[in-house]
Write a protein that binds this ligand. Sequence first.
Ligand code: PMP
Length: 361
Amino acid sequence: MGRVWNFSAGPAALPQAVLEQAQRELLDWNGSGASVMEQSHRGKRFIAMAERAEADLRELLDVPDDYAVLFLQGGATQHFAQIPMNLAAPGDSADYVVSGHWSEKAANEAMPYLRVNVAASSKADGYLHLPRRGAWRLDPAAAYVHYTPNETIHGVEFHDVPEVGDVPLVADMSSNILSGPLDVRRFGLIYAGAQKNIGPSGLVLMIVRRDLLERAGRPMARIFRYAEHAAAGSMLNTPNTWGWYLAGLTFGWLKAHGGLAAMGERNRAKAALLYAAIDGSDGYYRNPVDAASRSRMNVPFTLHDAALDAAFLVESEAAGLLALKGHKALGGMRASLYNAVPLEAVQALVGFMRDFARRHG
Ligand code: PMP
């Protein structure tokens, strides 16, 4: 079997050109006679590559100098716990906006370290819309406000950055980072697991305002302290060298394809095509999310009769459409449309959905 259209929620599709470059360079990277995975992170070649990756990311997102860029490990989940350790002192509280599975989990993981104030939640409504803005109970004395701009499972996304006053805004952008233009200055800290829009799992990208690194946080080992990672250029210990390298290739690919403005346009067009097919199917397919809260990255949908789910999955896979099975929490289907998923993939999916509906009535 050749390459298929891959709608996986993560680890997810990577740009084919990135994979081909990695393949070309696998055995002999950069004239070194060895793979990038086989060399010291302190070597000249690796340091130059790492610096270029950071510079490209800074260019793509226009990251100001008063923000550090970190290449960390542990998955986004580890940072659910590590962020409160670093940004809050014992006795502090932080505001959490709960808009789906992942923001709820972030709040739960923070609880051992501070008082979590759930400032807003749409859980009672099944996370079918974003928490209504007028009803947020933000605390001006909070150590930070945490939210999840895109909920990978529930398929809800913020289409603007919430106004939270002077309290630093912390965002888990695991599933929508680099999917369009972003004003980094609005944030205190942005973090993202790499395995959707950046590269392989095992790498976490963090962009953090430097003054927040000076917060005392709580007593902890050096390895947990972001300020130490920043001071060591993310080489406090051996970084995920392979992940860093692939992230760098992806940043280069994004630059070569028009940067984040072009990516934002592409992603808007892809999502519009799929939602139009769902909404125009006379109820054969259904996405229950409030239209203004719908995600451009993750589109959960159900068939009008769940008894058809198994046939849909078997036939879609046979048609070269991979990983459409929905998350077990919601059932049904989910199509993830990250940067590396081209418009042609969505066209193929929409064509298949129409054909399936015709054949199965
Ligand atoms: N946050 C979001 C928004 C996610 O989608 C995911 C994973 N799908 C996570 C956090 C957890 O990431 P990890 O498995 O890298 O810890």
